[in-house]
Design a binder for this molecule. Structure first.
Ligand code: SF4
Length: 280
């Protein structure tokens, strides 16, 4: 894709995505990322969804997306074959397989996704994958592929210590909640398949297959298990579980009903920055 023009920031023009605008969809759609935005800063959430002023966007991370796309292809081959991916076997999950379900492509589609209605809202989001226990009545497991390049070892502990990885735990809980609301037999356990660039190497590797002779050097994969039913599933002092998601959804609905924007959250740099600049 070639970007030839800078896009100026503009307020939203589609009434459908502005709560209370008269033209807003009913039930009002809220994505998983907007729910997390409400968690981080109710003010920005209100400004976006009610006043129609979205936060300026960011460019995508194309290499990360490429890793996700390749993982999807690999796991899809095992979905069709009904076999566990070697990563699953390596991490003691060889009794599970990628879920082969007619809706899987919709559930992974950003414009469709998993969906449920509650509190006058329609909550939705696209999952990367779902694994399942193929036994009769077996559970489903929400799975997310992640790609990064970090000197840190990816561990369960890091997910609860690192504030950015903490948002992945919230993401997992929200998807589990939506799928449970849809009636799916979703486990409280979920998995992150983590590919991590190896900063210790001196060059891009040679010797890959013909279609990719120079691969990106990666550390051994990590498959991280997070259990939202574990009392230690706490991110930045907040216990993340299904009750947390339920309260988050109800809180987001109450926020949308406010006549004026609420206070800002504590963790964003932008408002303090703008306030400082505006004092010049
Ligand atoms: S602190 Fe300000 S800029 Fe940051 S998320 Fe909240 S309202 Fe938005």
């Amino acid at each position: 894709m070639v970007t030839k023009e800078r896009r100026p920031w503009k307020p939203r023009t589609t009434a459908k995505s502005m709560y209370g605008s008269g033209g807003a969809a009913d039930p009002f759609p809220l994505s998983r990322s907007k729910l997390d935005q409400f968690h981080k800063c109710p003010r920005c959430f209100w400004v976006d969804r009610v006043a129609g002023m979205p936060h300026p966007g960011m460019p995508g991370f194309a290499l990360n997306s490429q890793v996700d796309a390749l993982l999807k292809k690999e796991f899809d081959a095992h979905r069709t074959a009904g076999t566990p991916h070697p990563y699953m076997v390596e991490y003691g999950l060889g009794h599970l397989v990628p879920l082969n379900h007619d809706m899987m492509d919709d559930w992974r589609n950003n414009f469709k996704g998993v969906r449920t209605g509650k509190h006058g809202l329609e909550l939705f989001g696209s999952v990367d994958d779902i694994w399942c226990d193929p036994k009769e009545g077996g559970e489903w497991f929400v799975v997310d592929y992640k790609a990064t390049s970090s000197a840190a070892d990816m561990t369960v502990e890091l997910f609860f210590e690192d504030i950015y990885k903490g948002s992945y735990v919230r993401q997992l809980a929200i998807y589990q909640w939506i799928l449970r609301e849809m009636g799916a037999p979703v486990s409280s356990k979920g998995y992150f398949v983590y590919e991590n660039g190896n900063k210790a190497v001196d060059s891009l590797m040679d010797g890959g297959p013909p279609e990719a002779p120079r691969g990106i050097p990666l550390k051994p994969v990590r498959v991280i298990e997070i259990d939202t039913a574990d009392p230690d599933c706490v991110v930045e002092g907040v216990r993340i579980d299904m009750d947390w998601v339920e309260n988050l959804v109800a809180g987001a609905k109450a926020c949308l009903e406010l006549a004026a924007p609420p206070d800002a959250g504590e963790h964003c740099e932008h408002c303090p920055y703008v306030a400082s600049v505006s004092q010049l």
